[in-house]
Design a protein around this ligand. Structure first.
Ligand SMILES: [Zn+2]
Length: 364
């Protein structure tokens, strides 16, 4: 299911091939975020044109809007949204701490939808069932992270619940699919434990006993010191079995991604390229694996005839000037956000492509 094609001699970076129900994809892999089944401002034609193989969609958001019943009528999210490639769905676990007024119980989490004024109970089984209805290629188990800042006892609780819910998710999933069968979606476990190595070790050990297709590292990059983040990434990537894909959730900046790839992480997702793009912040290459971010709204770009980035081959940089993009942002044309998001996602894709080349050549 996961095969390592190339292993760096200089670091723990690797190139892998992950066999999914619909196709094989190559790692390291970055997933653009399609929370509601759309990458904000961009068409899937554009996402595909850049080269992206897979997107991430959010279970809880899609459950609210448009609702699972509608997606079921289309026989899955791909038919509904028009993305033909593989999809990874998160479980709703992240929303436990990112959304307000959420209550966690022993067996389920209760979300409060402020817009409708309704409560929604999410059991671990329910999250899996929704993800199966979305026809996801990689399903994530419902996990629990208490949010930052935290005390060790809060993290202890998060590990206990995460293991319990992971166990229940696996049992439910196995009722639908024989786990040894090849043509089934993949199920990933999520390791919790905050910045505490003993709790991370406990969480991983318990998940390994249950057995998953891949292992995600959750609850990092939420406010803790970045040196602690990487201590945990380093610690866990040495312990997750070599033959399993490793996914660092919700991460990160490109220098952090490069660092994590060197430690053996395979999969990433992050809102940075599109969110920054929507605010006029543009990635510009300075040298190999180095870049800066400019704010195109800055007055100094008003008369700048240069492309966004001389070194970029994307259609935005080939066709438009900084001056024109500055103008589009000033007149608040939605095209501004689209062009900026496209360039930034292209930039992320090319950056990771360059990392892959460097791994193959044994440079990193
Ligand atoms: Zn560009």
């Amino acid at each position: 299911m996961f095969k390592i094609l190339s292993q760096s001699k200089k670091s723990r970076a690797r190139i892998g091939k992950l066999k999914l129900i619909s196709r094989e994809i190559e790692t390291p892999l970055f997933l653009p975020i399609a929370t509601f089944g759309n990458v904000k401002g961009l068409s899937f034609e554009e996402i595909k044109k850049i080269g992206y193989q897979m997107i991430l969609a959010n279970t809880y958001h899609l459950y609210l809007k448009p609702g699972v019943e509608i997606i079921k009528k289309f026989k899955g999210l791909k038919n509904f949204c028009g993305w033909r490639g593989p999809i990874l769905t998160d479980s709703g676990g992240f929303q436990i701490f990112s959304l307000k007024n959420t209550r966690v119980f022993e067996d389920f989490v209760e979300f409060f939808d402020e817009i409708e004024g309704k409560k929604h109970k999410f059991f671990p089984e329910k999250s899996i069932e929704i993800q199966l209805n979305l026809k996801s290629d990689i399903l994530m188990v419902l996990d629990y992270f208490c949010g930052y800042p935290y005390k060790k006892k809060d993290i202890e609780k998060s590990v206990v619940l995460t293991t319990k819910w992971a166990q229940r998710s696996k049992i439910f999933f196995e009722k639908k699919f024989n786990f040894k069968k090849h043509s089934r979606p993949l199920l990933f476990g999520i390791i919790q434990g905050g910045i505490y190595k003993d709790l991370r070790e406990k969480s991983l050990k318990e998940l390994l006993e249950i057995g998953f297709d891949g292992y995600a590292i959750g609850g990092l990059g939420v406010g803790e010191e970045i040196s602690k983040t990487f201590e945990i990434v380093d610690f866990l990537t040495k312990k997750i079995p070599e033959n399993k894909p490793r996914y660092l959730m919700g991460f990160g900046s490109l220098e952090q991604i490069l660092k994590a790839i060197k430690k053996g992480v395979d999969i990433f997702d992050c809102v940075i390229p599109t969110r920054e793009g929507r605010h006029g912040r543009i990635f510009i290459k300075t040298q190999k694996f180095k870049y800066k971010i400019i704010n195109i709204l800055n007055a100094k770009y008003k008369k700048d005839k240069k492309p966004l980035d001389f070194k970029c081959n994307c259609f935005v940089c080939q066709n438009f000037s900084r001056s024109f993009l500055h103008h589009l942002f000033k007149i608040k044309d939605p095209l501004a956000m689209r062009l900026a998001s496209f360039h930034n996602l292209y930039f992320y894709f090319e950056f990771i492509k360059e990392i892959k080349k460097a791994i193959k050549k044994g440079e990193i």
